[in-house]
Ligand binder design. Structure first.
Ligand SMILES: *Cc1c(COP(=O)(O)O)cnc(C)c1O
Length: 437
């Protein structure tokens, strides 16, 4: 199965993609995305399972269509995400909004329209609740509530732990009784309780969260019919990493939800909202080696795309597998199939941005970590794996005025289809106003 690491790289397509659309470019794999959707939908459950794709992982319309056609709904992290998913043809009734925003003015009016069209509003703060309560009451809208569990969550790094005391997401447990009392007073119902503890995927923490959350549901939310355990299901990008065991996590949740039923008589539907798990390993970034440098300290391969395409190494020290592909489409080296062991040279792989941290392989202190490979030639390709999530959707695009690259989808039939064009130069300046000061 492809699910225990990035999609096997089809090296032969790399020069074809480069010849047709240029580099750098993002590459996605429809079959992989569909397979991960199926795995999630088959997760064991007690009284039903609902899967939402956390679209901030990759919000491209073609990706959204592939995912929603498989039957997943969406979790949107901003009003604009919901609006752009709607542009992709997805109805608001298939979306939930989980946001730090407190929309006002025209955005507030837009939010009300979306909610009337069926968008589920996930209340994430006391203020959000106060501001939506009258509207929800007048329109008989049931709400979801995101609870801050007040316990260290599941972040691979502190920056992705949304459960700890240093994170501000959700209605803090301290505020829950107050929100609950206000909701009762207004006759409002929380039909869903939601906790997302972060993106890390420690299964122990995921299980502990299930237990804790079912406790909140029992203690505070008698109207809840759905319990969302959030996202944060881990994928294995690098050799040796361990993927979340969907079947075993599902079996645990099922067991706990059945116990909950035995204790309370209530049958809860389970919801999950992974982003990473759906798309991370479906993606590759194709870059071309444009220069080489040899110094006493380090050898460098300079490629035509780096931190402006994939910021995770710089942001979190995240590791992504690296493949070197020759211009004739043969694989020169790969972190998956350990090819030659003799005649290797050590290279730091760097991008074009004026930052010493613009490299795909950095340690936690931001120092470049060289890779051991057969020396490639200028014009060969460096392909970076595990880049389907949080790369094109979170990159500091346009830094150094590099243009956001295009994206290609390898379809189920093996065809390569351009799904997004590279930005044109005019787009870099199109919103600037010609003022003379
Ligand atoms: C980011 C996010 C997710 C998805 O997290 P992954 O680690 O990508 O699975 C799910 N829910 C919420 C509320 C999020 O913010």
């Amino acid at each position: 199965m492809t699910h225990f690491g990035p999609t096997k790289l089809d090296a032969a397509v790399i020069p074809k993609i480069a010849a047709q659309w240029g580099t750098p470019i993002y590459l996605h794999d429809q079959e992989y995305i569909e397979n991960s959707c199926e795995q999630l939908l088959n997760m064991p459950n007690a009284f039903g399972l609902h899967v939402r794709y956390a679209m901030k992982a990759n919000s491209d319309r073609t990706v959204l269509r592939v995912v929603t056609n498989k039957g997943l709904d969406l979790d949107c992290s901003s009003l604009d995400e919901a609006a752009r998913a709607h542009v992709a043809g997805i109805p608001y009734s298939r979306m939930m909004l989980t946001t730090q925003e407190v929309p006002s003015g025209t955005e507030r009016a837009e939010l009300e329209e979306m909610i009337k069209a069926g968008l589920r509003y996930n209340v994430c703060s006391l203020l959000q609740f106060q501001l939506i309560a009258d509207f929800a009451g007048a329109n008989k809208v049931d709400l979801s509530i995101r609870v801050h569990p007040g316990a260290a969550g599941g972040g691979e790094s502190a920056t992705r732990d949304t459960g700890s005391e240093y994170s501000c997401f959700g209605v803090h447990l301290n505020d829950v009784p107050r929100v609950k009392a206000m909701a009762d007073e207004k006759g409002l119902r929380f039909t869903q309780v939601h906790v997302h503890i972060g993106s890390g995927g420690d299964p122990e923490k995921w299980r502990a969260n299930i237990d804790r959350e079912l406790g909140f549901v029992r203690d505070y939310f008698p109207d809840a019919v759905t319990v969302s355990f959030g996202g944060g299901l881990k994928v294995a990008r690098m050799p040796g990493e361990k993927q979340a065991d969907i079947a075993s996590l599902g079996a645990y949740a099922k067991h706990r939800i059945e116990e909950f039923k035995a204790a309370t008589g209530r049958e809860l539907e389970m919801e999950i909202e992974p982003g990473t798990f759906v798309v991370a390993n479906s993606g590759h970034i194709v870059t071309r080696i444009i220069d080489k440098k040899f110094t006493n300290e380090m050898n460098f391969l300079i490629v035509d795309g780096g931190m402006e395409l994939l910021t995770r190494p710089l942001l979190y020290g995240s590791e992504h597998p690296i493949y070197i592909v020759r211009q004739d489409g043969t694989l020169l080296s790969s972190e998956y199939d350990q090819t030659p062991t003799a005649g290797l040279k050590s290279f730091g792989i760097v991008g074009r941005c004026c930052e010493s941290g613009d490299s795909v392989r950095l340690d936690k202190d931001g120092n470049i970590v060289p890779v051991e490979i057969i020396e490639p030639e200028i014009g060969d390709y460096v392909v970076i794996g595990g880049t389907g999530a949080y790369s094109e959707s979170m990159s500091p695009e346009n830094y150094n005025s590099h243009r956001k690259p295009g994206a290609v989808m390898k379809t189920n039939s093996g065809e390569l289809v351009l799904i997004r064009k590279k930005q044109v130069r005019e787009q870099l300046v199109q919103n600037e106003l010609d003022v003379q000061l």
